[in-house]
Design a protein around this ligand. Structure first.
Ligand code: GDG
Length: 498
């Protein structure tokens, strides 16, 4: 039985008596005005794509910020709209945020405090009190929406599943019946060392918020232990059990577990094998820019944690050192814009654009430029064609919770000729032992590894890629979903028995 079949059979049998309330900042469907009226768009993103079928199967409710221009018109007075359009299988419950909310909660506390702090402070956190107040305010708004939904489900078994660092406090204000309601929180980014976490003026509040859940999930064990140590250090009244990995705080037990997120391997692999992808690769190859034997690739949101600057530095050293590779290879840098309202993101974006121009100017030769820079969001089909075509992919994050790009690349490598280079500071590197591991801060070593990847014999590439594929195919997104929901059910059943 595949992981997907196992998940769906579990949802239909064991979880049939449970309602699912999913809570996330971003929504799975967005309505926008267009010249034709109102369009419904599916925002790109691995997570929403993976959770949407689960919601369809469980017919639950998904609570999220209504970010689209036509979202209010498409929803009823309560902010409810049935999705997916035409199928109407589950309810999307939109809540409305003001400009001030967004400024303080989203661009402020989430992305100028939490994001840098939880990524080893590679950007300096800006601990403004107005950001914190906005974060509290919006977390309460989400809790109010959850409470409304719970009211309507009184007496029914319900799992409330909150996503990510924007909503650390939400559970605190959820009024639940312990008998019937389970609270889960999955944290998609790293949890830093307790020393670093401790610089946050609201460290206790954040920990207390999370300890209202029954399960808090992280990608890897290191984050689990960092969290447990943070609790031990800053909430002395909590009881931390390292062996069983749980915390008892004010009579509530929170299980702290690791669940490494993954991708829909079969979908990507199938798409990569399709005629459409083969044709697309042919088409790309006919472009002058790609008519060189070796293609390298990087796919990163334009974010300082992704180590794009470090990658460009190493590519420059590589080109300087290994002159014979000039005109033999092209590096495709896909870096769609991200959070560009934040000043630091804009500054990093300019630096990257300048570095690309400098490298292309310094090393250019007749009809060749080493870096092809794409500062845009590519359609998924096209991304898959690049993944299949690329001879190597570099993930150079300075710190990264997991990194799905690495797993997507592995899933799309149907010819098994590609080499994955991955930063040791990603969650994915802990699982992907057959990749070439790099330290993005060590420019010389990084440049050498690029050379090793290019020279690696085809036999070795195949052996490594096969092992990586076996791993990701087994530990795919359905496996991730199953392990979390199965744990939730176990804990809920146990609680009912005692
Ligand atoms: C956070 C954590 C964790 C990128 N460019 C395009 C595009 N993408 C897609 C990729 C991939 C996703 O965006 C990026 O996922 P990552 O995991 O690499 O990174 P974050 O966005 O930082 O995600 C991370 C993740 O949450 C899940 O828990 O792994 O550590 O930071 O799916 O394919 N998609 C399309 N066009 C693009 O140009 N269609």
């Amino acid at each position: 039985m595949s992981a997907k079949e196992r998940l769906y059979s579990f949802l239909e049998t064991k979880l049939a008596d449970y309602d699912l309330i999913l809570v996330s900042n971003r929504q799975p469907y967005e309505h926008r005005y267009s010249s034709k009226g109102i369009d419904c768009i599916t925002p790109a993103g691995g997570l929403t794509a993976a959770l949407d079928p689960v919601m369809q199967a469980t017919k639950g409710v998904w609570i999220a910020w209504g970010s689209g221009t036509a979202d209010r018109d498409a929803a009823n007075e309560e902010g409810h709209v049935k999705v997916p359009p035409g199928k109407d299988l589950y309810l999307l419950h939109r809540l409305w945020l003001t400009k001030q909310d967004l400024k303080d909660y989203y661009y402020g506390f989430s992305n100028q405090v939490m994001w840098p702090l939880f990524h080893n402070a590679f950007g300096r956190p800006s601990f403004k009190h107005s950001f914190w107040r906005g974060y509290e305010r919006v977390n309460k708004k989400f809790a109010v929406a959850v409470n409304k939904e719970l009211q309507q489900r009184k007496g029914r078994n319900t799992i409330v599943w909150i996503q990510d660092y924007q909503l650390a406090l939400c559970s605190e204000w959820i009024q639940r019946d312990y008998e019937t309601t389970m609270l889960l929180h999955f944290w998609h980014i790293p949890w830093p060392s307790s020393e670093l976490f401790g610089i946050c003026p609201w460290r206790q509040e954040l920990l207390r918020g999370l300890l209202h859940n029954d399960i808090v999930g992280f990608h890897i064990r290191e984050y689990v232990y960092n969290f447990l140590r943070s609790v031990e250090r800053y909430l002395p009244e909590a009881e931390v059990d390292y062996r069983n990995r749980h915390v008892v705080y004010k009579n509530n037990i929170t299980h702290i577990r690791e669940y490494p997120i993954s991708v829909d391997f079969d979908y990507i692999n199938h798409a990569a094998r399709s005629r459409k992808t083969v044709d697309r690769i042919k088409h790309l190859r006919s472009n002058m820019r790609f008519q060189f034997p070796i293609i390298g690739l990087g796919v990163d949101r334009m974010d300082y944690t992704k180590g794009i600057i470090e990658k460009l530095k190493s590519l420059a050293v590589f080109l300087k050192k290994y002159k014979h590779y000039r005109k033999k290879f092209v590096y495709v840098l896909v870096a769609p814009p991200s959070r560009s309202r934040i000043d630091l993101y804009r500054r990093v974006g300019y630096s990257i654009q300048n570095m690309v121009s400098d490298i292309n100017y310094d090393f250019q030769a007749a009809e060749w430029q080493p870096i092809v820079f794409m500062h845009e969001n590519l359609p998924l089909d096209e991304l898959i064609a690049y993944y299949r075509m690329a001879d190597f992919l570099i993930v150079s994050s300075l710190h990264d919770g997991m990194n799905l790009v690495a797993k997507e690349y592995v899933a799309a490598q149907v010819d098994q000729k590609g080499v994955l280079l991955i930063s040791e500071f990603t969650g994915a590197a802990k699982e992907m032992k057959d990749a070439l591991i790099i330290n993005p801060f060590d420019t010389e070593q990084f440049a050498r590894r690029i050379g090793e990847a290019i020279r690696m014999p085809l036999r070795e590439r195949r052996v490594r890629m096969q092992k990586l594929q076996d791993y990701v195919a087994k530990h795919d997104i359905y496996h991730w979903l199953y392990t979390i929901l199965a744990d939730a059910l176990d804990i809920s059943t146990e609680r009912k028995l005692f």
